[in-house]
Design a protein around this ligand. Sequence first.
Ligand code: FRU
Length: 328
Amino acid sequence: RKQDDIYTIGFVQAMTTDNWRKEMNRAMQVEASMHPGFNLVIKDAQNDVARQIKQIEEFISEDVDILIVSPIQSVPITPVVEKAMNAGIPTIVIDRKIDGSNYTAYVGANNVEIGKNAANYIVSNSDQNQELKLVEITGLQTSSPAFERSQGFQEVLANHENINIVATIAGDWEKTSVGNHLGSILDSVESIDYIFAHNDRMAMGAWEMARSKNLEDSIQIIGVDGLFGPSGGIQLVKEGILTATVLYPTGGAEAIKLAIQLLEGDQIAKNNLLNTVVIDKLNVDIMQNQFNKMNQQQNDIEQQQTVIKEQVITYNSQSNLLKIMAGL
Ligand code: FRU
């Protein structure tokens, strides 16, 4: 244990504009709040690589006890993570990877498997003699999940001659990167069967474009993330907007658990893979129930934390009062 008995966990989040990352932060905060000896500090790089590098450097010079990083892009974030490692700060990489293996541990789902799951879903829902036309919409190509999801997707489809990827759109994870490009593909290629978008936000963008051309009922759209909540993937599957989504858990709680284990001197695995599953109309209700329960529990925990904090404040002011009364 350190002298002041408090460890600092510094987390540099890629951005916090989307709900998936908000959920990752929340899961981290809930987990950290259950361990009083550990203080979590989150910095938001706002999707700006230079800012992310600077924030990691700040944590290095503050000599945090452990660093967690979700890199915006792989290559440009690699040297500064190495710098942290060389400074003796253990570094956990979450969701997106850096280049090479100079980090302490990785936590996230297997993105190659996610791409394979999406492709296998299409394969198993169509018959061999049927010619299928697909469009793939990728995430930001310089971030590892985009590369890996494509790799898995294409690997499976390479064995199926009846299924053709007629176009690949280079998206950037955001809905706005889908629109016009997909629009012109829908205008020029007839009867597209499936669109696989690397996340649910872009999948939603694809649906909106298909809808504007009255094609939303003939094209099946598959996304990734499967977030719960109002505009999350689970809801989109329930509403029939998406045919399916592949769950991509944020790993927020797991990353904090790993950080704490490491700081307590336990051995941790280098590669910590989270489970993924395809969510479609057959299992969406079960998934939604599970998430509702989990969410309820998290809310309860947060509620309890607030009550405890209030009690501590009351206790402190009462004992101060007692000290004053006792003339101490
Ligand atoms: C969130 C996000 C997710 C996606 C992940 C990939 O910012 O775009 O939608 O699955 O990042 O790193």
